[in-house]
Design a protein around this ligand. Structure first.
Ligand code: AMP
Ligand code: GLY
Length: 426
């Protein structure tokens, strides 16, 4: 089976690695890919940008399955474009339809969906430029801190948590009236702050049936002890020690089942991944966000733990046979530690030579922000590498990743030494 994978980050390298190990893979193409994905298949140069380019490529290379890593192509409707064209309708697309991607593409849509299907989430109201003053009154009716979310996709930057009501009003005005986040912020969801423990669940679904993937927890802040600015994620662990069978049963009953049933009832085509970002408050799960894709860096710990051939999983998604499908997972603990450019997530220089990659033999090194210059691998992004290891215990896995990172060098190398600090690693 020839597969086209869209994306260029650590998530896509981890997916490419799993796909390349399938006994059924013909040629794996990645667009645009990175130097890591080039070790698992062929990067497509120049990268495919438009639906027409993707179509022409799929027909030329006899692609049978398109796997979509990031949310943007999904929100822009890649699924519908491929499926509505008679020439490409036979190609499996792993990812939701444009309507399904709205779960991530619009916070307001996601909130209304949860309300319709009785899925627990923080109380909220939505505001625009037209009812800005009601927004101020709503802020006055809440207790601090205040959570403001730009409705549209803002590349992970659209959520503000503010301690002061006046600051919250100023930010609300900046978002809806001064377009602080562009169009994404012309509508703003203001919601109740939930205090609890964050945890993510992932499923694959064919729109009717679903299967759980291993749980993961990511570490979003740049600084040790979960301090400083939010990032895309500085590391992740899997499984999550506090995601007990009891909690999982509750998440399935209160969140996952009603989400799948809701999609089905509303005739929303959804054949891909759902990422449930949860806050566990007093043992009860609340949805703080849906994503229509896998997480990054969560994929770098979840995918290596999947022992079932991923192309078999994708086929079951396409054929809607996930109900009779079992996904086997590696019982060992896994961790990934992100190695970033100094200065990230603010400004950071790139273009530094990375050395020591060939010395790593106890970890998987996924490329996130790298590029090739001749034989040299250079830094080219904020998050540069994700170093994944397994262990009988999480502590052992972490020890391996940190030992591997010690042998990798580039100017400004930064990573958190405390991934897993808040859970029992033994
Ligand atoms: P999101 O982009 O929706 O994942 O939000 C970014 C981060 O903001 C989340 O990972 C949470 O840490 C935090 N957050 C979002 N919504 C809430 C909420 N209602 N209460 C508390 N924290 C929240
Ligand atoms: N690591 C968080 C995300 O992928 O959204």
């Amino acid at each position: 089976m020839n597969v086209l994978l869209l994306g260029s980050g650590g998530r896509e390298h981890a997916m490419a690695y799993s796909i390349s190990q399938s006994r059924r893979i013909g040629t794996l193409y990645i667009t645009p890919g990175n130097p890591g994905t080039a070790q698992c298949g062929e990067n497509v140069k120049p990268d495919l940008k438009t639906a027409a380019e993707i179509k022409a490529f799929c027909l030329e290379k006899n692609i049978e399955c398109i796997v979509v890593g990031p949310e943007v192509p999904l929100i822009n409707g890649i699924y519908d474009q491929v499926k509505s064209d008679v020439d490409t309708a036979h190609i499996a697309v792993i990812g939701p339809s444009q309507a399904g991607a709205m779960l991530e593409g619009s916070k307001d849509f996601a909130k209304e969906f949860m309300e319709r299907h009785n899925i627990p989430t923080a109380a909220y109201k939505t505001f625009t430029r037209e009812n800005l003053y009601q927004g101020f009154n709503f802020i006055d009716s809440l207790r601090a801190p205040y959570v403001l979310k730009a409705d549209g996709p803002a590349a992970g930057k659209g959520v503000l948590i503010l301690d002061d009501a006046d600051d919250a009003k100023r930010e609300l005005a900046a978002m809806v009236a001064e377009s602080k986040f562009g169009d994404a912020g012309s509508k703003v969801v203001i919601e109740q702050f939930l205090k609890g423990i964050e945890c993510s669940y992932f499923v694959v679904t064919d729109g009717k049936n679903y299967r759980l993937l291993p749980t993961a927890k990511d570490y979003k802040r740049i600084g040790e002890g979960d301090t400083g600015l939010n990032t895309g994620g500085m590391g992740a662990i899997s499984p999550v020690p506090f995601a007990t069978e009891e909690l999982t049963a509750k998440v399935v009953r209160r969140v996952i089942e009603p989400t799948i049933r809701g999609l089905e009832a509303e005739n929303i085509i959804y054949k891909g991944f759902i990422y449930f970002g949860l806050m566990i408050v007093g043992g009860e799960p609340f949805v703080i966000e849906y994503n229509c894709r896998m997480g990054d860096p969560e994929t770098e710990v979840v995918f290596p733990r999947i022992q079932t051939d991923v192309l078999d999983i994708f086929e079951a998604i396409e054929n809607e046979t996930l109900d009779s499908f079992e996904i086997k997972t590696d019982p060992r603990a896994a961790c990934t530690v992100v190695v970033a450019s100094g200065g990230y997530p603010d400004h950071y220089p790139t273009g530094f030579s990375i050395t020591g990659l060939e010395t790593v033999n106890n970890s998987l090194v996924f490329h996130a922000g790298t590029r090739k210059d001749g034989n040299r691998v250079l830094t080219s992004g904020g998050r540069v590498l994700a170093v994944t290891s397994f262990g009988k215990t999480l502590k052992e896995a972490l020890g391996k990743s940190y030992a591997s990172i010690d042998n990798i060098a580039f100017e400004g190398k930064y990573f958190r030494r405390d991934i897993g600090f808040d859970v029992d690693t033994n």
